[in-house]
Design a protein around this ligand. Structure first.
Ligand SMILES: C[S@@+](CC[C@H](N)C(=O)[O-])C[C@H]1O[C@@H](n2cnc3c(N)ncnc32)[C@H](O)[C@@H]1O
Length: 236
């Protein structure tokens, strides 16, 4: 097992989470109960967010032992161990049993690599056959607000429509073009992505794809209904 590593993607995730948490601070009220995170990785991006937003507490989970070890060292190095905690384990086994005031918001750059099976370069990044299994599971977990990365080749339309069926709206998002990295460039994965896109389940270009970090909400106090705009930004 290795630790997820993709500098551009992590930077986009961290920057976007910071911007959305700050912009919608009043409505998200993350000072009460903090924020949960699915998938810590090496923690660098969100540790910088925690450092720049005093009052933010993040409780994170990762199933990868090496990631958790690296994450704890990076968090300590940035001096935010008291406000950014990491546990080894499956997010879905632990999130609702943490005790205390439950978080209303969850953040995630979830595993979204689509492939026929889990036998890929980093199996922890497998997102199911269409790539959006974990994001759909996260939307069904019951948080009022979900801030998550949505990849253009991982059936984004299925994600947005399922979110709508569950009562969520897309409040806002930040989109960025990314080059195919080592995980999506694996021949088995690239071929699967090509097939999914040809079948109408997403978009990918010759060399890359789009990722948007979107805020989904079920809170009536948060205006915005930008699901269709999100899909257009992802070239769908
Ligand atoms: C795409 S990486 C993102 C890492 C980090 N947030 C970043 O953006 O740099 C997804 C992470 O989710 C972790 N993961 C996968 N399934 C998980 C699960 N069920 N519970 C907790 N973490 C999980 C993987 O080990 C991986 O570190």
């Amino acid at each position: 097992m290795t630790c997820f590593s993709s500098a551009d993607e992590s930077a986009h995730y961290g920057f976007s989470v910071c911007m959305l948490l700050d912009q919608y601070r009043e409505q998200l009220r993350w000072e009460d109960g903090g924020v949960d995170e699915l998938g810590t990785g090496d923690a660098t991006a969100i540790a910088d967010v925690v450092r720049s937003l005093p009052g933010l507490h993040v409780h994170s989970y990762d199933i990868s032992g090496p990631s958790v070890e690296k994450a704890r060292a990076n968090i300590a190095e940035r001096g935010v161990s008291d406000r950014y905690t990491v546990e080894l384990g499956d997010f879905f086994d632990h999130a609702d049993s943490a005790g205390g005031v439950p978080a209303r918001t969850v953040i995630s750059n979830p595993p979204y690599i689509p492939a026929p099976d889990r036998d890929i370069l980093m199996p922890e990044l497998w997102g199911g056959v269409r790539g959006n299994d974990l994001l759909l599971q996260l939307l069904k977990t019951g948080y009022d607000n979900v801030i998550a990365a949505v990849a253009s080749y991982s059936d984004p339309e299925g994600t947005v429509r399922t979110a709508e069926d569950l009562g969520y709206r897309v409040v806002n998002f930040l989109a960025m073009a990314l080059d195919f990295g080592p995980y999506s460039n694996e021949p088995k994965v690239r071929e699967h992505i090509r097939r999914l896109c040809a079948e109408g389940h997403g978009w990918a270009g010759e060399d890359g794809y789009m990722v948007a970090v979107a805020l989904f909400t079920r809170d009536a106090d948060l205006p915005g209904d930008r699901g269709d705009q999100l899909l257009r930004a992802l070239q769908v």
